[in-house]
Design a protein around this ligand. Structure first.
Ligand code: AMP
Length: 287
């Protein structure tokens, strides 16, 4: 119940109260380039007490771990926007904008796009949310480097960081089985995973997450979900993003969560870890 009071959703609008003033970045060790700084020049994201706004959470984890799935479920559950920087990048890629060509080369090689581009896309998304009266968020895929985490820390308070974990064999299989409906954008997975435990890792089984019949003929695979690119994305994660875990661990904000299986096993356990299980029971009883 302690977490529940932390999670109760007040009516005041966090983003609606953003004050207009110049943002100065103070850390010399990780000073952002002038271009990055400029995106925040007109937006000093107000730091409100948690009781006056909705949750501001981050989901961390390797490619394929299921950040999108669980962050999206949780955002609906808590009534906050789910903001995935990977989705913002893919939207930009699908547009005919000038960035599109430059981005596709980087993304299709499994590399990270520049902080400048990511901060540009994210600040636009936050501005749109502000205009629409959004409160709080669950960030997914951001921050991906310590530098991004440091800049984020300067502009807003992050309450909790959930670090989802799965062993690498499973991650690869999950990425290779991932499919998306080109029409409705739904995410599915055709992989039937059964990995035997060993070396301290438990056995893990995950049933496929199959699409409804009307999506079946419209399934596409992400161009960066090939074996070669997934391995590169995992390498980049270990090099650039794993230190972000340490960054938040040192600040006492990191909640480690080992996924025990697919959604049916993991979702209730995740709610339990977040002290939200009682909240769900009450909602189901009231429904
Ligand atoms: P994702 O859907 O999170 O796997 O992201 C897809 C791709 O978008 C990544 O492989 C990166 O190229 C790019 N991307 C997403 N988020 C970030 C970020 N925070 N920093 C840099 N690149 C990112």
């Amino acid at each position: 119940m302690a977490a529940l009071s932390r999670l109760s959703k007040p009516s005041s609008k966090f983003f609606a109260n953003i004050t207009r003033s110049v943002y100065f970045y103070s850390s010399a060790s990780a000073a952002p380039e002038p271009e990055i700084k400029s995106y925040f020049q007109n937006h000093n994201f107000a730091r409100k007490a948690p009781k006056d706004r909705n949750v501001q959470w981050v989901f961390l984890g390797c490619p394929g771990v299921g950040k999108g799935t669980y962050a999206s479920r949780l955002s609906k559950f808590l009534g906050v926007p789910h903001i995935a920087t990977g989705d913002l990048v893919r939207e930009e890629l699908a547009s005919s904008g000038s960035l599109s060509q430059q981005l596709s080369e980087i993304v299709n090689q499994g590399k990270l796009v520049s902080d400048e581009i990511i901060f540009n896309l994210l600040s636009k998304r936050l501005e749109a949310g502000q205009a629409g009266g959004e409160s709080g968020f669950i960030l997914d895929g951001f921050p991906r480097t310590v530098k991004q985490a440091e800049i984020l820390e300067e502009v807003m308070d992050i309450d909790l960081v959930v670090n989802l974990k799965l062993c690498e064999d499973v991650l690869l299989e999950k990425c290779l089985g991932r499919r998306m409906c080109s029409q409705c954008g739904g995410n599915f997975n055709v992989a039937n995973i059964n990995v035997k435990g060993g070396n301290g890792n438990p056995s893990i089984s995950m049933a496929p997450l199959l699409p409804p019949a009307h999506c079946m003929s419209k399934l596409i695979t992400r161009p960066d979900d090939t074996e070669e690119v997934v391995k590169e994305r995992l390498r980049v994660y270990n090099e650039k993003s794993q230190p972000v875990e340490e960054f938040y661990r040192n600040r006492g904000k990191l909640l480690e969560f080992d996924l025990p299986g697919g959604i049916p096993e993991s979702w209730p356990k995740l709610l339990e870890a977040l002290n939200l299980d009682e909240y769900e029971e009450k909602q189901s009883a009231a429904a």
